[in-house]
Design a protein around this ligand. Structure first.
Ligand SMILES: [Fe+2]
Length: 166
């Protein structure tokens, strides 16, 4: 191990990422309940919820490899809960648009988080790059899907608003 400070920063980073994925799970569950008008979005969110659960499990595996107890993780998850509460826009009339833009932002935040963790893990000499890279690839795919679908979702939203106005 190169430096104790670097190692401690990695552990904190892994715990924060676990809290981030807990928050992601909540946001996805909330959005899945409320996207009946957008079946393609709903299906994709459900798919990413499964990935998110797996990402949480991978982070627990990473912490386990560092010899850290998984029970401590829950405290961090609770402490940071609410950080992203603003990402739920359940009372806005253009909820689907706001949520799509928030998801675009959130997935990119997750991408940055995993990139940082990979650097920290390599620096600390901990062999968890493969686990982190798998999650990074999933976040990149989800971010690309959201970005690629902004136009389609906006057009669907406009069509639904038109139908409601008749
Ligand atoms: Fe994600």
């Amino acid at each position: 191990m190169k430096s104790e400070a670097g190692y401690n920063l990695l552990i904190t980073g892994l715990r924060n990422a676990h809290a981030m994925e807990s928050q992601a799970r909540e946001i996805l569950e909330r959005q899945i309940e409320r996207t009946n008008d957008y079946p393609n979005v709903k299906a994709k969110l459900k798919e990413h919820l499964k990935e998110t659960n797996e990402q949480s499990r991978r982070l627990e595996e990473c912490l386990d490899k560092c010899g850290e107890s998984p029970s401590v993780v829950k405290d961090a998850a609770l402490a940071t809960m609410g950080n992203f509460a603003a990402l739920s826009h359940s009372i806005a009339s253009d909820e689907i648009i706001k949520n799509t833009l928030a998801n675009n932002m959130f997935e990119n935040f997750e991408i940055g988080t995993y990139k940082t963790l990979i650097v920290m893990a390599n620096n600390a000499g901990i062999e968890i790059k493969q686990l982190l890279t798998r999650s990074l690839r999933e976040e990149e795919q989800m971010a690309a899907w959201v970005s690629d679908n902004i136009e389609k979702i906006t057009l669907e939203f406009l069509a639904i608003q038109d139908r409601k106005a008749v």
